[in-house]
Design a protein around this ligand. Structure first.
Ligand code: LRH
Ligand code: MN
Length: 423
């Protein structure tokens, strides 16, 4: 289903007058409102190919309908999101789930949908049909050299797919680890994994990045061989300048101070970027900003402070991606909400009076520092995010458009009751 700009333009007309009134108010009320809107209008978040179908857990999956049954369908769904919010202009593929059959055709489809290909993701956390050696006891860490080599070859194959798509990075998330004390020699597992990553690193094109994604637990429940930011940074530093640490918000132990981790990784020039989602307990992969919106703002606050301190380009120097799963919601509605939450957090971070905050910090004026952050977070910036969408020719109210135009019903009509498997 392709949305044409006129449909969206026509839909916006109903809300335009009230939006204009609000924008005329806020552009004078909020400092730097115009500059913030210009930054928002350039900002894009990549959408994961595996989050366009209904997800589930080991206890069950309640599939939805009209879900994508092919890579082309998945790209159309991301194109639909991008047409609605003007901020989802990239898709991240997972190999082997999304191996294109015709690269030429896929490139043309991406161009027709204004989509780019973000980081590609390898998969050595599942055994594929006909795969000679199993990853049951790990992949790059495995005690058996042949299993490690099989996993290395897969990652190099993923890089080759990515090169043909125009991607510039590979994300390596390893489910490797152990479930019981004594099962694994941590030092050997680390050294096997490092040696294997070095072979993958050696295959990187010169303008590519390797993102090392860490995770505290699941599917291993005693140790993970890339279990936290310290371990990931150890690998990234030992690998070289093209290796970075990727922060998936759901991959931390409860109450971890993610904004401090982000600040230090940025300081070291080793932050890859993000897999945005939210969680209350584990790797719940819930809608971004749905559980801890203030933490999301605090993370973006460190991002803007750290990126500006290093003169980084907000849109291109870090990987911005969602990594979520939808067990009870329409995947496209959930992703629209997630991108909105990210844009609001970024807008709040841009609005933060950094000079006043630095002064308060230099004076150890804790209350003043708190008031600056909390007043910023309590400022309604939704009109600025909507104004950015309007300037990108997108919908003033994407979710309302999606519902009132019955987009899901249209997808069901086009695709029938196809039930894709989200993660
Ligand atoms: C692991 C993870 C990783 C992806 C997978 C789909 O939990 O976050 O980024 O490969 O989800
Ligand atoms: Mn992830």
């Amino acid at each position: 289903m392709i949305l044409d700009k006129n449909q969206i333009h026509h839909f916006n007309e109903k809300a335009l007058a009230s939006h204009q009134a609000k924008w005329n108010y806020y552009k004078n009320e909020i400092p730097n409102a115009e500059a913030i809107v210009q930054n928002l209008a350039k900002f894009n978040v990549a959408i994961p190919s595996w989050a366009l179908g209904t997800g589930g857990t080991r206890f069950g999956r309640f599939s939805g309908s009209g879900e994508p049954a092919s890579l082309e369908d998945k790209m159309e769904d991301v194109g639909l999101l991008h047409a609605l919010n003007g901020a989802s202009g990239a898709i991240s593929l997972h190999i082997p789930w999304d191996i294109p059959s015709d690269y030429e055709a896929i490139q043309q489809k991406a161009a027709s949908l204004n989509l780019k290909f973000d980081a590609v993701n390898s998969n050595t956390f599942q055994d594929q049909p006909g795969q000679p050696l199993s990853y049951k006891f790990g992949s790059l860490q495995h005690v058996n050299t042949a299993v490690r080599q099989q996993a290395i070859d897969h990652n190099i194959e993923v890089i080759n797919h990515g090169v043909k798509l125009g991607s510039k990075a590979i994300t390596v998330w390893l489910s490797d680890g152990s479930c019981f004390p004594g099962q694994l020699n941590f030092r050997k597992a680390f050294q096997n994994t490092l040696e294997s990553l070095q072979a993958i690193y050696a295959a990187l094109p010169s303008d590519w990045k390797l993102f090392v994604e860490y995770k505290a637990f699941e599917p291993n429940f005693y140790s993970m061989t890339v279990g936290d930011w310290g371990q990931s940074l150890l690998y990234a530093n030992k690998l070289g300048p093209q290796a970075y640490t990727l922060v998936d918000l759901g991959h931390h132990l409860p109450n971890a101070n993610i904004e401090q981790i982000v600040s230090l990784l940025l300081m070291e020039g080793k932050l890859a970027g993000f897999h945005f989602n939210d969680s209350k307990y584990g790797d719940d992969d819930l809608t971004v900003g749905s559980i801890k919106p203030y933490q999301l703002y605090l993370i973006f606050n460190e991002l803007v402070e750290g990126m500006d301190a290093r003169g980084m380009d907000h849109n291109h120097d870090l990987g911005w991606m969602i990594d979520a799963s939808h067990n009870v919601k329409d995947p496209l509605e959930d992703l629209l909400q997630s991108v909105e939450a990210i844009m609001l957090a970024y807008a709040h971070a841009l609005l933060t009076d950094r000079a006043a905050l630095n002064t308060a910090q230099d004076n150890n004026d804790v209350v003043a520092a708190q008031e600056i952050l909390q007043n910023t977070f309590r400022t309604d910036v939704r009109t600025l995010v909507a104004e950015a969408r309007l300037r990108n020719g997108a919908a003033l109210q994407p979710l309302q458009f999606y519902r009132q135009q019955q987009v899901r019903q249209q997808l069901i009509k086009d695709r029938g009751n196809s039930k894709a498997s989200g993660l």
